[in-house]
Design a protein around this ligand. Sequence first.
Ligand SMILES: *Cc1c(COP(=O)(O)O)cnc(C)c1O
Length: 470
Amino acid sequence: MTETTSALSTDPLPAPRSARFAEALRQAVADGLLGEDQPVAGFLDAEGVRRSVAALRDAFDAVPGVSVLHTFAAKAASLVPVLRLLAACGMGCEVASPGELRLAVEAGFAPETIVLDSPAKTREELRLAMALGVAVNADSFDELRRIGELRSPESASVLGLRVNPQVGSGSIGAMSTATATSKFGVPLRDPGVREQVVRAFAERPWLTRLHAHVGSQGCPLELIAEGVAETYRLAEEINEAVGARRITGIDIGGGLPVNFADEEDRPAFSDYVSVLRAAAPGLFDGRYGLVTEFGRSLLAKNGFIGARVEYTKDAGGRRIALTHAGAQVATRTVFMPDAWPLRIGAFDGQGRPRGGPPMVQDIAGPCCFAGDVVAHARELPELREGDFVALYDTGAYYFSTPWAYNSLPRPAVYGFTVGPDGSGVRFARVRDAQSLDSVAAESGLAHADALTGLGTGRRPATRRGRSQDL
Ligand SMILES: *Cc1c(COP(=O)(O)O)cnc(C)c1O
């Protein structure tokens, strides 16, 4: 596919990431994409994304004979142009809701490259997925029964079962999906469950895939590999018990952690492949088609948030910079600052890197609650009103997934490329900034009189227990 080849071209070598980002921020300020009227926006380095996909592909292609479908976990950057770029790079898409499935279809992923994972799929979702022919991983035995009732033999969907290998937790509990009591998958080490899984496959010739996603940020590679190896051993056991190559594919999930401490991509996809090969050599011998579902590790380091410093103040001996990037775009960092620290860059009013001696400052956001601080006691050149900050490594899960707190609008998102000599930035609009009309509409403007008219006797609000307005 020539399109794929050109999308993955890796020449010529571009300037280092920090230099590209600095140039993009300077140009964004010069072009008015960031400024007094547009005080916060997300930026994504399109060339960097292509390179990350190439690194993922190269890492698995280094093992001869194994066939892999790399899907992108849509929740990590649920923006149609981003998904379309990834489709053009030859990736598939992992989705976990009707909305994500819609985005994947709009982005142009072929149905056979889409995988649906979710712990709460409705009958309607399952019907639609199987009509489209996208792969479905059941999350429980109950869902397996539903799929058995709803599937038609003509469906092209590959059907699988998600298991929880229960190998334990990483450093962030909320990101760890293979604990003993995780809500995801069937708990493989609970009494009797492994046998029940083997029976489920023996009884269902159409069930051909095993799926495990051990966890995300905070899980060491060895822990993830142990969960994948356990899943591989289960596949071998099932095929042995069934007496046939029933399981033809293993979906090993995503979850490669991202280094938020500096600019380096660490661990690399190739590190993960080495750890996986050591833990489960047979996984790579070509008998199983593999599926991956990476999100954060493909996008995080290829994006940043730019935000204007509106004011600065001193309180209790601490300098505080009040910016427009807070919990609405960096929700996890604000609520769990130790688990999700972000690197911050300081730029002047023209978007040029700020120099000067470091000074301890808090970088706060615009939300009206005291914890809305994205970096505590950080040493940075002194920030002033009208300056800009960059929140690095926010290309996944941050600006693409804003929180509507304080009725703050979704910020605009731009993709960019930088010429090989480090200048010549080109921007493409990925998402418009949300308008105040849209904020009002999402806040029930069309039903403005709904409550003042309720219960006054002027208008019967309910009839036989159902609202007329519904
Ligand atoms: C969130 C998720 C992923 C992606 O995780 P990352 O840490 O972003 O790589 C993959 N698979 C499933 C099932 C997920 O829930």
